[in-house]
Design a protein around this ligand. Sequence first.
Ligand SMILES: [Zn+2]
Length: 360
Amino acid sequence: MRLRPGLSVLWRGAGETQVGVDPRCSVLLRDLTPAEQRVLEALVRAPTEADLLRLGRSAGVAPERVRELIARLEAAQVLDPRARPAWPLAEPRPEEAYWSRLRPDGDGGAVLEARARASVGVVGLDRLGLTLAMGLADAGIGTVLLEDGAAVQESDVGPYHPRAVGGRRAEQAVGHLRSVHPHVRTSAPPGARPDVVVVVATAVADPVRLATLRRAAITHLPVVVGDVEVTVGPLVVPGQGPCTRCVDLHRTDADPAWPAVATQLLTAAPAPTEATLATLGAALAAQQVLAAVDGRAVAVAGATLTVDALGPLPALRGWSAHPGCTCATDGAAAGRQGGRTVADGATARRPAPTVASAGS
Ligand SMILES: [Zn+2]
């Protein structure tokens, strides 16, 4: 038997031992004898039950008591529920270990297997876009498709090397990503559909690009860097509102001049992204994409998360489908063809997306 990856056996004092720290994956055992505490400490070596019983016998702990302690650890879900080879154990990747601690079935490996099969596009490769792409690859996404025809600016340096300045963003980003993660695919076979496309933009996301994704029934996530804040969401799942057009229509209700303003913002020279906004926005977007890919609850489904460089806490705002938008009625048709999940979205039979691979 072994503990869930990363959990420690901690001596708190005479008679008290705790396993793990976070309340979601820990247990505190009291009224233990010194010998029982030693038996528990042996758990970090991933012993078999026979090993523990033998250790108990030599230390003077009865087999029934050893089994009782094991049962308490099992009930507290701090033991890895999976059957694993006893020793030697390959060190799990940090992501696998993390989800092994949190998932009831302890199977963090299944999370990584699904991520390895997933394909995520990132359109817009400024500081934020490249940081996001790297974060997705770090987290185990198997295919990361990158698109941006603009040149690397001085203000992109950080995730980009200063030597990359002047080169094409997509090529430089692919080179950087593959130098760190050589096994990540950066191109997809013709006709393959990404599970999610993240559209990173300054001031306002390109409505033509968003409409193309909507028509192709590809799950997409806008990330927009504003004057002082970055907004992530809503995640638009084919067949479900609200979509980005709904958000635009709500903004127009609040400010009738918004379409005129948005059109001008679209053609204005993009302002460089502040460093912490890039990091915070990329982290939020990566977390939400991974939630969608993993099949967990997505905070930005029908909502946006907004954060600025003043404070660490993002604000969550919910959006409703706008009565003037057709995504709700389109949804009835698309909903029959796909479902809520990214995987279902990927089965929809529609034309291939426009996310181009930047070569590999
Ligand atoms: Zn809509």
